[in-house]
Design a protein. Structure first.
Length: 393
């Protein structure tokens, strides 16, 4: 990872909003990556790419640049630049030295808990905002009411999503474990319920159309592997040739989400395509490699998937993760048990896998609509009436 380019995150007030600036040396790969970040824009004035400054976008930046660059987010802990201060030197957060040391200790504590870098930075960012919001109070005196007031004044006002608010509560829970002197009650802190959004799922026919419409051999192999094994896009990009067991028709997914290993089965129908791809492209280390052996771009996969969907005349929004959702749903519809699907997907909790029961059509197709019953009954009555008329003298 040390040879990856560095993307430096900083803050600016631009177009009447606080923005995250994405700074990096000219690099065509990074330019291609940033172009595919939703709502990221180029500013000729700032001479930088930028995106609205909020926790959701911060996490998105970390996610998109993963595999492509090292993220330096240290400058994000500085105080936001106000419009009237745009020409002044950047100011630090309004925090005492004691609170800065506390935040630094919390940062190291999270690293020791082995959280991912993006989670460590996001949690620290949340707590820094929370402490600065209460900078006139002694931290030991902070209560659950102060947490609720911060949510009402910042999260609700800025229209942050439910998932972002849940992350903030998780950050506070970790903070009071690290620093138990506050009066914030862990038990009183409750996360709002998750929004129940059903995943987009393609039919099996649509999946075949997409793969058939992908003319490039490498692209076709990528999409076929994601769907046939239910891979996350990060798992595909980090998949090494050594982890492909052709004789056993298995993939070993190493240290995926939650630092879990798992095995998935390669489709028999995928094997000829796999052999053709490996002979033609001859990758050296990873299953899919970019130019000069560099990591392949996730944004490139999204781009050619979009083109393949267009060629297949599928107008819905389809992402690489849609293929994973479709894989799980089709397994469920074909009779595979939830416990096995959970293992194949690498889910830590069965509740995560249960979402696919809401979109699987196997049992739902057996339920007859009242409209069908009504039409069937009317047709039956008419047939009986007609038979009566025909049998009359």
């Amino acid at each position: 990872m040390s040879n990856l380019p560095i993307v430096t995150l900083s803050k600016a007030y631009h177009r009447k909003e606080h923005q995250i600036l994405l700074g990096f040396n000219h690099d065509w790969v990074l330019i291609d990556v940033v172009k595919h970040i939703p709502k990221a824009k180029w500013s000729a004035t700032l001479k930088s790419w930028y995106i609205k400054n909020n926790p959701e976008n911060l996490k998105l930046v970390y996610s998109v640049f993963k595999q492509h660059a090292q993220i330096d987010g240290s400058q994000l802990f500085d105080k936001p630049i106000l419009k009237s201060e745009s020409n002044k030197p950047k100011q630090k957060r309004d925090l005492s030295l004691e609170n800065r040391n506390l935040l630094n200790g919390f940062y190291k504590y999270l690293i020791g808990k082995r959280y991912s870098k993006s989670t460590v930075d996001t949690y620290t960012y949340f707590i820094a905002d929370f402490i600065e919001f209460n900078n006139t109070k002694v931290i030991d005196t902070l209560t659950t009411k102060d947490v609720e007031l911060f949510i009402e004044s910042v999260f609700i006002k800025r229209n942050y999503s439910v998932s972002t608010q849940r992350q903030f509560i998780s950050a506070v829970k970790q903070f009071i474990i690290y620093y138990p002197k506050t009066r914030i009650s862990n038990l009183a802190l409750t996360r709002p319920k998750k929004s129940k959004i059903l995943p987009t799922v393609l039919s099996q026919e649509e999946m075949i159309y997409i793969i058939q419409s992908t003319k490039n051999l490498k692209h076709r192999a990528i999409l076929a592997l994601i769907y046939s094994c239910g891979l996350r896009i990060g798992e595909l990009l980090s998949l090494k040739l050594a982890d492909i067991q052709i004789q056993r028709r298995q993939l070993k997914i190493i240290q995926a989400k939650g630092r879990k290993d798992r095995y998935v089965t390669l489709a028999q129908s995928f094997m000829p395509l796999l052999q053709n791809y490996l002979i033609t492209y001859q990758p050296e280390v990873y299953f899919v490699e970019g130019e000069k052996g560099k990591p392949y771009s996730a944004s490139s996969i999204r781009k050619f998937l979009y083109r393949s969907c267009k060629a297949a005349k599928i107008n819905r929004k389809v992402t690489p993760h849609t293929l994973r959702h479709s894989y799980a749903t089709h397994l469920l519809e074909s009779g595979v048990g939830l416990r096995h699907i959970q293992e194949l997907l690498g889910h830590a909790k069965p509740e995560t896998t249960m979402i696919y029961t809401h979109v699987a059509r196997k049992d739902l197709l057996d339920i007859k609509s009242p409209l069908d019953y009504a039409i069937e009954q009317m047709t039956k009555n008419r047939e009986e009436e007609q038979k009566f008329l025909l049998s009359g003298k």
